[in-house]
Structure formats: structure tokens, C-alpha cells
Design a protein around this ligand. Structure first.
Ligand SMILES: Nc1ncnc2c1ncn2[C@@H]1O[C@H](COP(=O)(O)OP(=O)(O)OP(=O)(O)O)[C@@H](O)[C@H]1O
Length: 235
């Protein structure tokens, strides 16, 4: 599983940013089937920019993104058709539609989404905009996982949520990885993400400053958290 050639999604020397100015510089990382990779880093480190560029929502400024071993510049829409799932940072439920309709517009069967998150069953007729933050994240996660993505990219899934719900979401991602999906998780909660992850990267000021196994990161959690807070790194 650790053979580089098995990567399904990979960044190689990636530069990315806005208005042609890179804020992500020379980032190389890969996601393999069956693993959860967590990208940690302080605010503004470039985590979301990296994720959006891997997703095809933002054009790269240098280096390359590879999908199943081939360089790609495909649009987000095309990558989703090819098996990419994305849970963006912002709440992206359609507020005026019901939970059921939000699930129906996903790429996968509604029943499968509900099997993954039975908590959503009693909420099916409710307008998605009326759900709590945690319920909305469950809805987005259920919808993304029901499509059985080859790779799932999730941005700050835990943002502002109670630890119990974060654990529930992380377990769902672990389940998807155990069924063969590659998962890349951008996170601010190092502890809960590392509890389910296989490998980790730490980004600071747009560059990877550390990468290794999640076990190693867990064993050096204090130093990882210092790094996450933008202080010294030397894990
Ligand atoms: N739409 C944008 N236009 C211009 N600059 C942006 C835009 N979005 C982000 N940036 C800048 O790019 C840099 C990296 O931001 P990014 O959102 O990727 O970081 P992050 O690690 O995800 O941080 P956070 O946890 O705060 O979201 C920051 O300096 C940010 O101000």
C-alpha cells in the first residue's frame, strides 16, 4: 500500500494561488486507495488552495496534478464524473431544498446515503437550511460517500462541530477508506483527524514542512499542534 505507484491522486511540485500569485509552492503529496491522508497547518498555510487545485476548481500555476498516474488539467465537473468526491469548506447544502432533494441531486443512491447516516432519515422532509451545522455536514458527507468516490477530498469537515459529531464523521470517512476509497482531509483538529488517518502532511506558508505516518504524528502530538499553531516545527 505504500508503493508510490499506487497513488490515485498526486500533486508533484505543485504551485497554486490566486491572480497568478502562488501561495502554495512546490507541494508534492499523494493519496492511495484505502488510506486517509490528513493535511494539517495553521490558518492561511494553503490547505484549502491545495485542495481546490487538486479538485480542479482552481487552475494550478506550476507543477502538476496526476489522476490515476496521468497528468490532468480537467475541470472539477469532469473530475467528479471520473470518481472524485469533494466536500468543500463552506456549507454547500441547498438551503431551500429538503434533505431528501439534497440527497437526490448527489451522484449516488439516496438509500445508500441513508444507510451510511441513518440519523438523516427522520429529517428527510426538513429544509436543509434548517438543519444544524453538524446535520448539514452529515448530509454533505452522506451524499459524497453514497457516490462511492475513488477519492474524496474534504475541507475542514469538523469546523465548529461538537467532538461527538466530528468522531461520527471521521468514522464514516474511515469506513469509506476501508472500502477502498482514498481520502484527503484538510483539518484543523489534529487529534481527531489523526485518530483515523494513515498519513499526515503539515503545511506552513504554502510548503510541506513535515510528512510521515499518522502514528508518528500522534506520538508527537504536542509538536504537531505547535506546528499547527504556526510555531516551531521539528516533529
Ligand atoms: N480567493 C482568494 N483570493 C486571494 N487570496 C486568497 C483567496 N483565498 C485564499 N487566499 C489566500 O491564500 C493563502 C492561503 O489560503 P488558504 O485558504 O489556502 O489557507 P488554509 O490553510 O486553508 O487556511 P484556513 O484554515 O484559514 O482556511 C492565504 O494567504 C489567503 O489569504
Amino acid at each position: 500500500m505504500s508503493d508510490e505507484s499506487t497513488a490515485v491522486l498526486r500533486a508533484r511540485g505543485l504551485f497554486a494561488g490566486y491572480r497568478k500569485i502562488p501561495c502554495v509552492r512546490d507541494v508534492s503529496l499523494d493519496v492511495r486507495p484505502g488510506e486517509i491522508v490528513v493535511v494539517l497547518g495553521p490558518n492561511g498555510a494553503g490547505k484549502t488552495t491545495t485542495l481546490l487545485t487538486l479538485a480542479g476548481a482552481l487552475p494550478g500555476l506550476g507543477g502538476e496534478v496526476q489522476w490515476r498516474g496521468n497528468p490532468t488539467k480537467a475541470s472539477l465537473h469532469r473530475r467528479v464524473r471520473d470518481g472524485l468526491g469533494v466536500i468543500p469548506e463552506e456549507r454547500s447544502v441547498i438551503s431551500r431544498l429538503t434533505v431528501h432533494d439534497n440527497l437526490r441531486i448527489g451522484q449516488g443512491p439516496v438509500e445508500q446515503a441513508l444507510d451510511l447516516f441513518p440519523e438523516l432519515r427522520p429529517l428527510l422532509r426538513r429544509r436543509a437550511g434548517l438543519l444544524s451545522g453538524g446535520e448539514q455536514r452529515m448530509l454533505l458527507t452522506a451524499r459524497a460517500l453514497a457516490a462511492q468516490p475513488t477519492v474524496l477530498l474534504a475541507d475542514e469537515l469538523s469546523l465548529g462541530l461538537a467532538p461527538k459529531i466530528v468522531t461520527r464523521l471521521m468514522q464514516a470517512l474511515r469506513g469509506a477508506a476501508d472500502r477502498g476509497a482514498g481520502v484527503l482531509l484538510v483539518e484543523q483538529h489534529a487529534r481527531q483527524a489523526l485518530a483515523v488517518a494513515d498519513r499526515a502532511y503539515i503545511l506552513q506558508r504554502g510548503s510541506v514542512v513535515w510528512s510521515g505516518s499518522a502514528d508518528e504524528a500522534r506520538q508527537n502530538l504536542r509538536r504537531v499542534e505547535r506546528a499547527y499553531l504556526g510555531q516551531d516545527v521539528g516533529v
